[in-house]
Write a protein that binds this ligand. Sequence first.
Ligand code: ADP
Ligand code: ZN
Length: 598
Amino acid sequence: MTKEEALKKYFGYDRFYPLQAEIIDHVRAGKSALVLMPTGGGKSVCFQIPAVMARGVTVVISPLIALMKDQVDGLQANGISAAFLNSTQTEEESRDVYRRCLAGGVKLLYLSPERLSAPGTPGFLRKLDLTLFAVDEAHCISSWGHDFRPDYLKLSLLREQFPSVPLLALTATADRVIRRDILRQLAIPEPHAFIASFDRPNLSLAVYSGQKRLEQILRFLAQRKQQPGIIYCLSRKTTENVAARLTARGFRAAHYHAGMENDERSKVQEAFIRDKLQIICATIAFGLGIDKSNIRWIVHYSLPKNIESYYQEIGRAGRDGAPADTVLFYSYADVKTHHDMIRDAAPERQELLLAKLDRMKRYAEADICRRRMLLSYFNEEPRGDCGNCDVCKNPPQKFDGTVIAQKALSAVYRTGENITMSTLIQILRGSHSASLRESGYDRIKTFGAGRDIPYGIWAEYIFQLLNMGCVDIAYDEGSALKLNDLSRKILKAETTVMLTRPAEMEKKLDTIAAPAKAKTLGADGLFERLRALRRELADKLNVPAYVVFSDRTLLEMAEARPRDEADLLSVSGVGEHKLARYGKAFLDAIRRHGKEES
Ligand code: ADP
Ligand code: ZN
C-alpha cells in the first residue's frame, strides 16, 4: 500500500496537507525529525500513516492523558488498532494492553511520559518490534516554555536505548529557543526540522470595539445557534458573569477557570467536548488539553496579553479545516488592566511584557490586513492581503476630522488635562450632570460643542485619536487624557487629522456578525440533520461527536449529497472503515432529506 492509499483507506482524505508527505517519506527512510505545524496542521497523520504502513508498533508519547482515550477511540473508528498506557488504568487493563502489544495486535501505543520511565517499561518496549517514537507536544521538553514537564527530560534516554528507532518530535510552538532545545535534547540534526506555515486561512479575524460587549456577543451568537465556541476572559469573575448572563438567555454555557475544583473542571470540559455545552467562558487555563476539532468560533472578551497567547487561543477553532470565526474585543480599560498586572511581575521581566503588550495593542488598532501582521510577527512572509479579516472585508474610509479632533483636544486643554475619556465625551455632548456642574466644566467654551455626534461615535473618534498618537492617556493618573506635541500642532491647525467614518464602523459590525460563509455552513438544514445523526451515533458509542465525522466532512456531505456508497467514499473524511460502519445511516438521512424537500 502507498501512503496515498493509506490516507484514503484509513482517513478518507484525498490529498496530503503541506509537508505531511515529505515527513512520512523521511521517517519511513528511518530518519528522525522535528515537525512544527500550527494546531490543525495535521501533525497526527505524520506518524499515523507510517504506523499503519509498517509491521511493528509506533509508540506515541503524549502528556495529555485525558486525551488518550479519545485519540485511541478516534483511531479505532478509522479501523486502526490502538491502545494506551497511563495512570488512569487498572493493573488488569495495563496487562491486557501488554498482551495485545506482544501479540502484534496494536499499531499505535500511546504512553504518558511518566509511564515511559517506569521500571519495566524499557524492558517491555525492547520486546516489541518498534517502528517509530512520536513525541507529541515536544515543546514540553524545554524549560524555556510555559508547558515544561520534567518527565520529558527523560525522553533523551530513548535515543540512547533505541538508537535505531526513528523519533518524530511534534509541536505547534514555534519559538526559536524552544525549537533549538528540542533538537539538541533529542539529538535531531538541524536540517531535519520540517516547519509548516503558521497561517490558518480558515479562521476569520476581527477586532470589535469593546463597547457593549455582551450585546455584541448576543448579536454574534444569534447567528451561531448550536455552534460550539469559547469566550476567553481575563478574570475568573468575568468568566462567571458572562456565563451566567448567557445561561439566563437560554444558552448552554458554563465557566471554567483555575480556581475551580478539579472534578468540576473536568465535568465542564467533558460536557463541552461531547457537545452538551455550547459555550465555555474561560480564563486562559482552558484549552491546552483539549482536542476538539469542531470549535466554530472564539471570542476574546478582552485584549490578550501578547500575540503568542492570542494566536494559540484562536488556533483552537476550526481544526477540522472548516470556516471558523474569531473576534477580539478591545478597549483602553483592558490595556490598563494589563498594565496593572505587569506592575506586579518581576521587575526584570516588565520591559519585555510591556513590549509584547504593545505589539498586541498595535495589532488590535491596525488598519492593515490583520493576517499580514500576525504572519510577519511570526517571521513568515505573507502572500498578500488575506480577504478574511475585518480590515480586508471593510477597508477603512477616511475623512478630514481635524475640526472634530480640535474640539476634543481643546476640551482636554481647558479642563487642565485631568479628565477621562467619558468625562470628555460628556463635556463635548453638553451633558447636564451634577459632577460636570460641580467641577465647572459646564462653563468652558467647548461644552456642548460636539452635541451633534452620538456618545458611541465620540468614543470611537477619541479611540482613533489615541491610536494615532494625537493625544496620550496616563494610566497611572486615573486614565486621564494628556496633550502631547502632536496635540498642540493639531490645536494650532498646523496639521490635519484623518478619521475613519462611523458609518463604516456600523457596517463593519454587521458584516462581521454574519457567520463565515453562511451558505456553506449548512443553510438548508441538511447539515443540522447530519449533525443530529452524528450526535446520536456518538452517544451510542460513548465517543465525542468528531470521532464519528468532522464538521468539515458533514459540510461536504450536505453539499455533495452522495447517493450511494461510491459517492460517499469520495467525500473527504470518509474512509473504508467509517463507510462500513456509518455509511448506510448517513445515506438514509440524506435521502430522507431530499424526499422531504421535493
Ligand atoms: P494537529 O495535531 O496538528 O492540531 P490533527 O492531526 O489533529 O492536527 O489534524 C487536524 C484535523 O485535520 C483532523 O481532523 C485531521 O483528521 C485532519 N487532517 C489531517 N490531515 C489531513 C489531510 N491530509 N486532509 C484532510 N484532513 C486532514
Ligand atoms: Zn486581511
